[in-house]
Ligand binder design. Structure first.
Ligand code: G6P
Length: 608
């Protein structure tokens, strides 16, 4: 969703801000803009559409200044257009905003009644007007921002500049991520670590209700009353190259190929082969989730599919009941959560608004909260009792891949850990499971070599206008994930069903135009899935299957098939999902879609 960058420096900050907007583009956007303070006041450039449009405008109408703000907008209030793009300005004030101002209608009506004229349909513009009014009264820029935001309900990350204070940025956060980057003779306010990672690794993670005033060499934080507060700066270890394409045509393909390395990183130091134990990080161990009476998992999108696999794994290995919910459903259905329950929030970004809201509910209920996140010190990680980090490095492709497999790998470690602690998993079985996990990265490397074969199959499927994905047991969440990947980046309809449910509806869809993607490696439900597939075949359905090496029965029924290593059922999803990621990627690429920036989607959904 929307991305924010703000910079106060001793040099022209516009080139740096444009570069940084490029690093924010992955979040999803439909317009972009920058504003600077210079001797003549606030100067603004905005364009509808791609960042290239803004760059072309800047080439025609150059801009420079030592203090500036920039934004990539994903429309919520007001259609995508130049006038609705950010920064929004009023008189001496310009602001960029992520989030939603919930009471913007009455505020706008009030301002209009007072003679204010608006130039956009956005909720954001009212904040610029409110700051401007407050500034005219108090003549103190940072105080004016505080006065204005006290009137606002909703969520925001806001960065503002003022024509009278050309060497100053003022920023504030409430339920929308915002960080301060501490550079050398320059400081930043940004929604995203990777936006300014080439310039600094030192960040202050703002908390809800924080305000910050910064110049190129000083940063001061204060609360809503203007009282000075302190927050510790943290150093981010991410490798900046992780946010580059490194020769791949798309981030998504690069990230698919990175999975063996990132799973290795996720395992590092956490598998104790000698004792057949899992060494979770100290705060996670200290949570003692093995003593809870049940676990509630909450997540959105791809992370939700990882959560579904978590249920299979934790229930099987640790015999601990697990419920899994989509966060946007959970938060509004008056769920039952008790202090002796465990609560796991899974989120790549750690900023998804609905998941974050559920964590706050779990906190109010007194449950033990574990976050499984990729982004260190993200809002969800900080709001939880402990965070388990997936170590996938920045994920830029909107369609999640390496975040998913590292989440599944993390949940597998957690399941084994809980199984050992609860004495349901003996050392021998734990050792076998851990060995199976350890083999995943190298076996996955071999599978990835089949990417060209997957592309050849993709080529034959380009005319399909709907796909059915079938899987059973641990492969049902993988079927869901495969269908989601396809929808996200190819815009082709896809539906996932548990194979055993086929006779209850989807079988009516089957004809010789419907590709049926079947995930059926050899496991406890293999025979049953095979019967389901005979039924598909008997109706002329096109079967593309993912099978265990050496499975001739299923491969004979299939128009195309891809093999995964013969392995324990619980690691099979880590393999089978790879082909589904590749299939979606190659179909999207062959159809000419912008794989890394699928239409309407955002990487991080920070509003409801
Ligand atoms: C968006 C992204 C998905 C992601 C989901 C949850 O929909 O496009 O890739 O799975 O949000 O995000 P999270 O950061 O909470 O895992």
């Amino acid at each position: 969703m929307c991305g924010i960058t703000g910079c106060v420096s001793t040099q022209d900050c516009v080139p740096l801000m444009i570069e940084s907007l490029g690093r924010l583009a992955y979040r999803g956007y439909d317009s972009a803009g920058v504003a600077v303070c210079d001797a003549g006041g606030i100067k603004l450039r905005r364009e509808h559409g791609k960042l290239e449009n803004l760059m072309a405008l800047l080439a025609r109408q150059p801009l420079s200044g030592r203090t500036g703000i920039g934004h990539t907008r994903w429309a919520t209030h007001g259609r995508p257009s130049e006038s609705n793009a950010h920064p929004q300005t009023y008189k001496k004030i310009a602001i960029v905003h992520n989030g939603i101002i919930e009471n913007f209608m009455p505020l706008r009506a009030e301002l209009e009644a007072g003679g204010h004229v608006f130039s956009s349909e956005t909720d954001t513009e009212i904040v610029a007007h409110l700051i401007s009014d407050a500034y005219e009264t108090c003549a103190d820029f940072s105080k004016a921002v505080r006065i204005a935001l006290a009137r606002v309900r909703g969520s925001y990350a806001i960065v503002a500049i003022c024509a009278d204070c050309p060497d100053e940025l003022v920023a504030a956060r409430l339920q929308s991520p915002l960080l301060v980057g501490l550079g050398n003779n320059m400081n930043f306010a940004t929604s995203d670590i990777s936006a300014v990672l080439p310039y600094t690794r030192r960040f202050i993670f703002l908390e809800d209700g924080d305000f910050v005033r910064m110049t190129h060499d000083a940063v001061s934080l204060f609360d809503a009353q203007g009282k000075i507060i302190t927050r510790e700066a943290k150093t981010i270890e991410w490798d900046i190259r992780a946010a580059e394409k490194q020769g791949y045509p798309h981030y998504m393909l690069k990230e698919i190929f990175e999975q063996p390395a990132k799973i290795t990183d996720t395992f590092r130091g956490r598998i104790l082969s000698e004792s057949a134990e899992v060494n979770l990080d100290a705060p996670v161990n200290a949570l003692e989730l093995e003593n809870v009476s049940r676990i509630q998992i909450v997540a959105c999108g791809t992370s939700y599919h990882a959560g579904l696999l978590g249920k299979y794994m934790i229930e099987k290995m640790a015999r601990l009941p697990v419920d899994v919910d989509v966060a946007s459903e959970y938060r509004y259905r008056d769920p039952i959560l008790k202090p002796d329950d465990g609560f796991i929030a899974i989120s790549q970004s750690g900023e998804t608004a609905d998941t974050y809201a559920c964590v706050k509910m779990a906190r109010a209920a007194g449950a033990k909260i574990l976050a499984i996140c990729n982004v260190m010190d993200s809002s969800i990680a900080r709001a939880s009792d402990a965070a388990f980090y997936t170590r996938a490095d920045p994920e830029i492709g909107v369609a999640s891949t390496k975040a998913f497999t590292t989440q599944v790998a993390s949940l597998a470690l957690l399941a084994i850990h809980l199984g050992r602690k609860r004495n349901f998993l003996d050392a021998e079985r734990a050792r076998t499971c851990l060995e199976a996990l350890r083999r995943v990265p190298s076996e996955m490397e071999v599978m990835l070599e089949q990417s060209d074969d997957v592309r050849k199959t993709a080529q034959k499927l380009l005319r399909a206008n709907s796909f059915l994905y079938l899987g059973r047991n641990v492969h049902y969440p993988i079927a869901l994930e495969g269908a989601l990947k396809l929808k996200e980046i190819t815009y082709i309809h896809a539906e996932a069903y548990p194979s055993g449910e086929m006779k209850h509806g989807p079988i009516a869809l089957i004809d010789d135009r419907l590709p049926v993607i079947v995930i059926a490696p050899k496991n406890s439900t293999y025979e049953k899935t095979l019967s389901n597939l005979q039924e598909v075949r008997a109706r002329g359905g096109r079967i593309i299957s993912i099978v265990s090496e050496g499975d001739e029965d299923l491969s004979k029924l299939s128009e195309a098939y891809f093999t995964i290593p013969n392995c324990d059922e619980f690691v099979q999803p880590l393999y089978s999902v790879i082909y589904l990621q590749l299939l979606a990627y190659h179909i999207a690429d062959l159809l000419g879609h912008d794989v890394d920036h699928p239409r309407n989607l955002a990487k991080s959904v920070t509003v409801e």
